[in-house]
Design a protein around this ligand. Structure first.
Ligand code: GLN
Length: 477
């Protein structure tokens, strides 16, 4: 029966009575079993998913089903789903059960999406390989010797292996777009504040955004339409009205900028560079004005992001002390040793590294030199980006410097791994939306993404243009 690669296909098959929702869920469950080696799901909600499928199938027959009826999704294991464990891939939360729904979960279920399980990720969403998880690494379904990317690696792997139709991820510095790029999928990070963060386990609160990983733009747009919008539980969620994102039209913009420095970057794979140039030339042939734009702060992105993200992480993770939240040690003798031992036992190496670095950059003697400076750099990055966007509504750049890494090859050098985020963190620092489109296939057999960024709350234009891009340049179909 599988694979279905869009909600539209599923709906059509249901309408033609060739498919019913319970059997669709059955076939996903069977496929999850067959591809258990990928470790994409940390937990599967089989019975629940089947129960919902029956109910939603009835609603579809009665014409009362929601917008997402027929969509079977994976939920990243750092988003709260009431009554279910949410571990953030950490020993410290391994047995923690959500007592409420994240706003996105309420909205997804409210429109009749079926959540089939929780997908693996890096511990507290910190990483780019999915190897820092307490549940073990997730494998890339396109080559099981490679990583699926991270931190939403389980989400991308689950979709790419047809274990569910779409998945929800979170993106602090690229964690939706980089795995989408590594697995040949669409990954959308909305504008900061477009989607409520209520119920997302916080990593870097001034960067975190929830978004979809899908096969196509229509499904990404529809999911965004459902999950976006104001939320009384998150004061950083914008009050700006949401548009009908799923009503896609021809793109309006005719001027596009591509960033020169990323293309000239010595770390960029030659074939990815060539494909970027092919696409730029193709767009020109189609009548677009595509101009280079200089972004002189490229080399400041990684240091600025990691100073700020680690600072925010060190503060956000203070609550996992064995008393308020998180794993509690068995071997404490007093209050202090509860804290020290619980945290030492509960967190993995990368998370500890970030908490310590983050605490350091926030400490009285170093605040101005690191955190304060990073804030100023962030302002420069944002201003320069806004300046480019004032003349060009869309900006093109690669998603990642290269294709998926081999499993276990990035382990020893954290800075080398941080540098791999160079193209994705730009949008997080500037707070703007960005999407990775599966528009490249490397001669090494692995896919890669092309990234498009646009101005804050310009998701409609981003989605319209993305649909056009996929139709025009899709090399993976
Ligand atoms: N790889 C980046 C980091 O480790 C991004 C992670 C994310 O977006 N959650 O911080």
């Amino acid at each position: 029966m599988l694979p279905y690669r869009s909600l539209h296909e599923i709906r059509e098959a249901i309408n033609r009575q060739e498919l019913d929702l319970p059997s669709l869920v059955e076939s996903y469950l069977q496929r999850i079993d067959e591809r258990i080696n990928l470790n994409a799901f940390v937990e599967v909600f089989g019975k629940e998913a089947l129960d919902s499928a029956r109910l939603i199938q009835d609603k579809m027959i009665n014409g009362t089903a929601g917008k997402l009826a027929g969509m079977v999704i994976g939920l990243k294991d750092n988003i709260c789903y009431k009554g279910h464990i949410v571990s953030a891939a950490s020993k410290s939360l391994q047995n923690y059960r959500s007592v409420y729904n994240a706003t996105v979960v309420d909205r997804l279920i409210g429109e009749d999406a079926i959540i089939i399980g929780r997908t693996g990720c890096d511990e507290f969403a910190m990483g780019g390989t999915n190897e820092t998880s307490v549940h073990g690494p997730v494998l890339n379904p396109l080559d099981t010797g490679k990583v699926p990317g991270g931190s939403s690696g389980g989400s991308a792997a689950a979709v790419a292996a047809d274990l569910c139709l779409a998945a929800i991820g979170s993106d602090t510095g690229g964690s939706i777009r980089q795995p989408a790029s590594f697995c040949g999928l669409v990954g959308l990070k909305p504008t900061y504040g477009r989607v409520s963060r209520y119920g997302l386990i916080a990593y870097g609160s001034s960067f975190d955004q929830i978004g979809p990983i899908t096969w196509n733009i229509e499904d990404a747009a529809l999911i965004l339409e459902v999950i976006a919008g104001p939320d009384a539980y998150d004061s950083t969620a914008s009050d700006q009205r949401i548009t009908d994102y799923s009503r896609l039209t021809a793109p309006g913009a005719k001027c596009i900028a591509y960033l020169q420095e990323p293309l000239d970057h010595p770390g960029l794979d030659g074939e990815i560079r060539e494909q970027m140039i092919t696409i730029i030339e193709g767009l020109r042939e189609e009548g677009y004005q595509v101009d280079p734009a200089s972004f002189p702060y490229l080399d400041t992105l990684v240091p600025a992001y990691y100073v700020m993200a680690m600072a925010e992480a060190s503060s956000n993770l203070a609550r996992y002390d064995g008393i308020h939240f998180g794993h509690r040690t068995d071997e404490a003798s007093d209050t202090r040793s509860i804290y020290v031992r619980s945290r030492s036992e509960g967190f993995g190496t990368e998370v500890k590294r970030r908490i310590m670095t983050g605490t350091f950059v926030l400490s009285a003697g170093y605040y101005d030199a690191y955190y304060g400076k990073a804030q100023k750099v962030r302002r420069l990055i944002r201003d320069k980006t806004m300046e480019i966007l004032a003349s060009y509504p869309l900006i093109l750049l690669p998603t990642t410097p290269r294709t998926a890494f081999g499993l276990g090859t990035m382990g020893d050098d954290p800075v080398a791994l941080y540098l791999e985020d160079i193209f994705t963190i730009h949008a997080n620092l500037a707070g703007i939306p960005a999407i990775s489109l599966p528009l490249g296939m490397h001669s090494n057999g692995m896919p890669f993404g092309v990234q498009v960024m646009t101005g804050s709350f310009e998701e409609p234009e981003l989605l319209n243009f993305s649909k056009y891009m996929l139709e025009k340049f899709n090399t993976l179909a």
